[in-house]
Design a protein around this ligand. Structure first.
Ligand code: G3P
Ligand code: MG
Length: 276
């Protein structure tokens, strides 16, 4: 069944003058609950150990952050620099994949995870496909590397997820999503946005919708304080799915889901979602 009834009045869609990618309006292969960075704070973020913890709690989809190394290899890393989540130093873009592969990405979290590695996107794709877990791949470019990162990550992801349910690519960077669209148009895109920080003062939510549609995105992923029933309905009317980040409060999650929210990215893998 189509997400949008073509006979209803769609004022926002008419104003925007664009529609979202048609295939994903009718077919939405992703579940409602998505584990943030693998397993929230229960395990070292963006590691395969965290992915296993997320899966052990019943999550069938995982959000993770990807950027590129000096030798253009996509790896999982949230911060622009290595210090917080590894025993390395300096910007991710300045280190090779070989150097990053030697680092400990688990000890900062707890002794139980000592020796955990920074995974490459290739290792993650293999793990996810062999475990039947879907991906929300957040493109996290370093400043100035938006286009390069979007291109490289999307083209590698398209190869790695060939013939299976694709990763939902998301980013705060419009330039990265434009680059992803150019090199891998078949991979679904989602615009990440915090409405309160969007660079347009007037009608920021409409600007977000317009930007998402200009990217031929299939979804928006909105910081949860910026959502309400009217905004979810407006996005749906424009043909966009609506997800939220990073929501750890059960009552708020249920309220937004009852308004039609399509997905919740959460750290609370032990209390929300498909907990086992
Ligand atoms: O993708 C949703 C969320 O991960 C965005 O914020 O900083 O946790 O990557 P951040
Ligand atoms: Mg993220």
């Amino acid at each position: 069944m189509p997400l949008i009834d073509p006979n209803v009045d769609l004022p926002l869609q008419a104003r925007v003058g664009l529609t979202a990618d048609s295939a994903f309006q009718t077919v939405w292969p992703y579940p409602s609950w998505i584990a943030h960075r693998g397993a929230g704070r229960l395990a070292p973020e963006n590691t395969l150990a965290a992915f296993q913890v997320g899966l052990d709690h019943g999550f069938q989809m995982i959000e993770f952050d990807v950027q590129i190394t000096a030798d253009q290899i996509p790896v999982l890393m949230h911060d622009a620099t290595l210090e917080r989540t590894t025993n390395g130093q300096g910007p991710v873009w300045a280190a090779t994949a070989g150097q990053i592969g030697q680092l400990d990405a688990g000890r900062w979290h707890s002794a139980a995870f000592e020796g955990e590695a920074v995974p490459t996107l290739a290792q993650v794709a293999q793990w996810m496909q062999s475990h039947g877990v879907l991906a929300n791949l957040e493109i996290k470019p370093a400043q100035g590397l938006e286009t390069q990162t979007g291109e490289q990550v999307a083209s590698v992801a398209a190869r790695l997820w060939s013939g299976v349910t694709p990763p939902l690519l998301s980013s705060f960077s419009v330039a990265a999503l434009e680059a992803a669209k150019a090199v891998a148009p078949g991979l679904p895109r989602a615009l990440l946005a915090d409405v309160s920080r969007w660079a347009v003062a007037e009608a920021p939510f409409e600007a977000i919708l317009r930007t998402a549609l200009g990217l031929s995105a299939v979804a928006i992923v909105i910081q949860h304080a910026g959502l309400d029933a009217d905004r979810i309905a407006a996005a749906h009317s424009a043909g966009l799915r609506v997800l939220t980040y990073t929501l750890n409060d059960a009552a708020r999650a249920q309220a937004l889901l009852s308004m039609g929210l399509d997905g919740v990215i959460t750290d609370a893998v032990d209390s929300l979602g498909s907990t086992k």
